[in-house]
Design a protein around this ligand. Structure first.
Ligand SMILES: Nc1ncnc2c1ncn2[C@@H]1O[C@H](COP(=O)(O)OP(=O)(O)OP(=O)(O)O)[C@@H](O)[C@H]1O
Ligand SMILES: [Mg+2]
Length: 345
């Protein structure tokens, strides 16, 4: 009776607990939250000061007693307590859509994570108030969210480039045929830009500045017009603030390594793809999702390197969460979809 009540009235929610962004999807309401995975924490009071957008503004700008933390690293939980509190915060923020009953939750997780890492995600969601937790592998979620026909006997190649991980997977008949998870994605690109500026200009820039440069001037393929961006940082020699002008060509050069690693991962996955499925992919093209898919020219480079058509999914940042949301409609699909997507309750 109580179960019937729960099933009838509790809202189910899908969460993309990403390294860079956390998104929440609620059955019947759609996407209700999309915020950076950042928590500002008061060390003295052991209290959370801000979560999401507000906390991201504090990154790299906090006094000694406050820490702005990114609790997820490389797609997995790096700081369990903070992650749990953050998930709790997001679930509570959506409380008016969920109602008072504990929801069932589907969470997207990278492929190739350990049992301990899976358990950490499940526990964090449970501690944060979930009644039941289902884990769905991110490339499967991304493929569903991108509208690919994952249940059909046809090959789909999905490349999800997030902040911490790049997931490459071939999906057919509702399962992952072959996949590769790489801990190189948007964060590594930011780091590469920071390193390049340090090495060539003796200038230290913050993570946020590097990300901004990537979004504004970053590219993986030569662009028709060269452009420039003013970069502010601290001179390593004098210790004083300094401004330099960085060209788009230099940013592309800085990104060579992480971008090359992503391209290589896609090629290696293709090499392991059974021929029938490879033929399907040649027909349908490679689909890119995740924020990293927005890097200018990455689709073109990948297409040149693989000699396959490449498409960026519509609204690539929300594909995974929309996928978890769509999977809520058919929770039994999750249980069938991937051998390693296991129900933990
Ligand atoms: N226009 C852009 N050009 C290049 N990169 C971008 C752009 N917009 C967003 N990004 C990058 O996309 C990344 C975030 O993508 P996304 O939200 O898909 O990651 P995530 O799901 O949080 O991470 P993960 O899946 O690895 O856990 C960040 O590194 C961000 O800098
Ligand atoms: Mg992601």
């Amino acid at each position: 009776m109580f179960n019937f009540f729960l099933r009838r009235f509790a809202r189910d929610i899908g969460i993309d607990l990403g390294t860079a962004n956390t998104l929440v999807f609620i059955k019947g309401h759609g996407l209700v939250c999309q915020e950076p995975t950042v928590v500002a924490f008061d060390r003295d009071q052991e209290q959370i000061l801000a979560v999401g957008n507000e906390a991201k503004l504090m990154l790299g700008r906090t006094p000694g007693n406050i820490a702005a933390i990114r609790p997820m690293k490389d797609g997995v939980i790096a700081d369990f307590d903070v992650t749990e509190k953050m998930v709790n915060y997001f679930i509570n923020k959506c409380r008016r859509y969920i109602g008072f009953l504990a929801p069932r939750v589907v969470v997207g997780i990278p492929t190739g994570v350990t049992d301990v890492e899976r358990r950490a995600v499940t526990d964090a969601a449970r501690e944060a108030g979930a009644r039941e937790v289902f884990l769905l592998e991110e490339p499967m979620a991304a493929a569903i969210g991108a509208g690919l026909p994952v249940q059909e006997p046809t090959g789909n190649l999905i490349v999800d480039i997030g902040g911490g991980t790049t997931e490459v997977a071939v999906i057919s008949l509702g399962g992952i045929v072959t996949s590769r998870s790489l801990r190189v994605a948007g964060d590594e690109m930011n780091e590469a830009i920071g390193q390049y500026i340090k090495k060539n200009y003796n200038l230290m820039v913050g993570e946020q500045t590097a990300e901004e440069i990537k979004k504004k001037e970053g590219s993986a393929y030569p662009q028709p017009m060269e452009s420039f961006i003013d970069v502010r940082g601290r001179d390593l020699v004098t210790g004083l603030p300094k401004v330099i002008s960085l060209s788009s060509r230099e940013v592309m050069e800085a990104l060579t390594e992480p971008v090359g690693a992503i391209v290589e991962a896609v090629k290696m996955t293709l090499e392991k793809t059974p021929p029938e499925l490879a033929a399907d992919i040649l027909d349908r093209g490679i689909i890119m999702t995740g924020g990293g898919a927005l890097l200018k020219g990455l689709d073109q480079l990948l297409s040149d390197e693989t000699e396959m058509p490449v498409h960026v999914a519509e609204d690539p940042l929300t594909c995974v969460v929309r996928g978890t949301g769509m999977a809520l409609e058919t929770l039994n699909l999750i249980n069938r979809s991937a051998a390693s997507s296991r129900r933990v309750s």
